[in-house]
Ligand binder design. Sequence first.
Ligand code: NOJ
Length: 745
Amino acid sequence: MNSVRLPAALGLLAGELLAQSGMSVEDRVTALLSRMTLDEKIGQMSQSTSIRTPLSEQFKAEIRAGRWGSFLNAGSVTDRAEAQRIAMKESRLGIPLLFARDVIHGYKTIFPIPLGQAASWNPELIEEAARQAAREATAEGIRWTFAPMLDIARDPRWGRVAESLGEDPFLAGTLGAAMVRGFQGRSLADPDSLAACAKHFAGYGAAEAGRDYNSVWLPEILLREVYFPPFHAARLAGVASFMTAFNALNGVPATGNRFLLRDILRGEWNYDGVVVSDYEAVPEMVRHGYARDDRDAATKALTAGVDMEMVSTSYVDRLKQLVESGSIGMNLIDAAVRNILRLKFRLGLFDQTIAPREVSPGPASLAIAERAAMESAVLLKNEGELLPLSGSVRTVAVIGPLADSRLDQVGTWSMDAVADAVQTPLAALRNRMGTGRVLYAPGLRNSRDRTTDGFPAAVEAARRADIVLLFLGEEQILSGEARSRAFLDLPGAQAALVDAIHQAGKPMVAVLMAGRPLTFHDVAAQARAVLYAWHPGAMGGPAISKLLFGDAAPSGRLPITFPRTVGQVPIYYSELRTGRPASEKELGIPLGNPEQPAGYTSKYIDVDFTPEYPFGFGLTYSRFEYSPVRLSAPVLRAAQPITASAEIVNRGARDGVETVQLYFHHVAASVAQPVRKLAGFQRVLLKPGESRRVSFQISSDDLAFYDQSRRRVTEPGRVQVWIAPDAARGSMAEFTVQSVTEPVE
Ligand code: NOJ
């Protein structure tokens, strides 16, 4: 770094005088940019993790010299405050630093993992949780988070499925936009606004074989129909930044991918926020076999449109020389710095003096966490209405490795969790029932434990109890980044533990806590009730206890299809039909002539072709009935939406929330369309006996898709529509679309 050091007073000039001048953000960016040296510009384009406590003299000198524009996941509250003071008061131009952190599903208060939150199908709740996370993180001086992760995830082997909002573009887009609104608040300039980041652009969730970081091959139509829409929804919600993906997409690493970053993001979507690389993803292009060396990687990343490099130093090390030798134009550097400064101005960083303070979870944030955990849980089975447990249950046996593990129940990305604020199911049940009525015998030390020496005590506890509550699943460390699994079964000896407990003959409720869809067919067969709680966050314990005892009723719905076995993966509801679709009659394992196992249809001969639990599925403590679908007109003409509606009635004895889902299908189209596509949903609370007509408007734009020339069109033809409790059921009606062929933007 050899920029000339000017007196600190001039630093104030740039920051503070510009702030007072009433200039527009764009003019302020231009004015500041015109005064920056090349070194200072490259500094803004570099994000580091290197804050160490206490701040070293060398580090302070680097900040004074403007070597870094941003830091991630580093430093204490005091370190950040001091580093910011140096940047703003002692660097030549007084440009503030931007502190980033992975605030993924809560900061100090941990909410359910994103996949769990997605099971709430409740955008308002998700927005509220993100808002709370933003309040906590910004109080500690963090103004940028790397969330939401908007990668469509259709492969539960992929550990990052936990961080996703599930398999469906409409659902993930709706919920992702809510998260963006929650993080960013009313205005980015508010001091409690946290800049969000739409990641990982794009295709990361389609890693081959579910192995993290693996290559991705996706045809453009699939990108446009499935993988881009959640990102586009975030863009429309005003997301402040995008992060590139680690993977190569169709042979070109996302971090050097002009099609993604220039053509789609900056071009079609007219995006003016920041694009940051993922962690060291710039030099990783050398390992991908796409760049010769870090010089080439820096060139490719910048030309593709990466404004800021995360952690690695190809930009700091190479860009100056590349510009001076004429290999890279100054215009590229300026455009990148412009995007970064624009965000810093929009965040009001130049105009505020932050006084960060430490925060911890309070009653208000814990209340949101409890509600989020309650609404995330999905009731998968409830034989004989075992749940909610009646007041006559005197004694429960609490068994299983997840019953009392604070760390595991908060799930992946919980580095800032306040452990003392985490309440486990065991603690909550003891609190509720009194310690004497809760017989605790975990049976296994952790979810991967294969030893059986804890079994006898667990069986004994089951014998003595009226009812058995099993807390099974996956430890925290088994899902998240780089945690792909080739088996989806309950790890360790958990299935054997359940077999042993089953022998005690007591009714069993299985509560599963995991970061992905697991396969647990036999356990579900043995248990009378199954509640899927994901990794439910800090208040998982009280939330589960309230659901089990009926203080609240489950309302969660699966945001992702659950396979019967890993061999069915990837499995998702929105598939194409094939020329030889199997029918419901072809379920089960056919016996008889091995040459002719069954018809020549698309299925398996050793397991049903259907999922274990379909997308959108979830039971409640009520029973809802749907009337046939009614359409306002038999024909949809351009500019004249039609309304599809159904009467929903609560036939149960308790209040219940039903998540009513709208799906459609084009019977014949110039590009074959999925058997069903989610196009809307509404959560309705109905009292016993109450009924409500739930209506959805369908416009020609809702029916548009990409044709073979990649134009978004609404074609004439027959459309089937379902109003349904999940992707596998519901009543269907049909209407016709009359020639609406013009492209829809
Ligand atoms: C790598 C992950 O892929 C990304 O999601 C995360 O935000 C960064 N590391 C920063 O921790």
